[in-house]
Ligand binder design. Sequence first.
Ligand code: ATP
Length: 285
Amino acid sequence: MPHILVDRLVKTYRISERDPGLAGAVRGLLRRRQRTVEALAGVSFALERGELLGFIGPNGAGKSTTIKILAGILRPDGGRVEVDGRDPFEDRERHVGRIGVVFGQRTQLWWDLPIGEGFDLLRDIYRVDAARYRRTRDELVSLLKLERVLDQPVRQLSLGQRMRAEIAAALLHEPELLFLDEPTIGLDAPSKLAVREFVRRANRERGTTVLLTTHDMHDIEALAERVIVIGHGRVLADSPVEALRAQVAAAGIAADAAIDEDEREDLAIEEVISRFYAMHGAHEA
Ligand SMILES: Nc1ncnc2c1ncn2[C@@H]1O[C@H](COP(=O)(O)OP(=O)(O)OP(=O)(O)O)[C@@H](O)[C@H]1O
């Protein structure tokens, strides 16, 4: 049984629209006009225990929606999703204890609370055994170099400190599965390297399964052996990064924009992915 099974997943959002100006607002009160956005249009993949998957795609492709469904936050409109054979949404109470989630764009810690106290609250929420909690917390605090900020409230932390605290918070209950949605967004180079190194170790040494979303292709190059590319809610590729590079090079040759062997090696990862998105018309309109 795969750790994660996603089978023809569909998710549609309904958005209320109104015309601009006061007249539009009044008309909107009388009659709601709705538009639908097909965020996922049949996404399928499977992930084995201990894998580290790069889950990439342009803005609006459906990455966060997929993660929210896998985390049990959103219910899909169609298709099947299983984590360890369980439905994340229907069984979310048990599910949340087995996963860790980091949304780089939002904090899951308490804004006014010192992070050490936030960690203690999470121990209570996840009902982690006291001795085990102390061991895991001390290890995470040391690995993520959080000793000097434990007494500071989240609102006083720099972005890099906060992101390290978020990652620690997501791992305090020792989940087997970690969802990272843009964990390096806005970080400086040393902080990015620290986060990458930590994620690599969590995956290699603890065997944590990781699904990583990022727009920083250096994260992907450094960490992911396998990538899934999605665009407009569909899977465009599921392969090693090198296979994408080969596909991009072959397309260049077919279009008479020859890319020779040396050039192919030198093609920066951003260039490879940008060309791949362009080849598949994946970018937002
Ligand atoms: N709560 C929502 N209500 C309405 N539409 C939404 C909502 N959340 C996402 N969408 C739409 O669904 C589509 C997929 O969004 P999603 O956030 O999953 O993309 P993403 O790949 O994570 O993008 P990004 O890289 O920009 O974060 C987009 O068109 C987005 O506008």
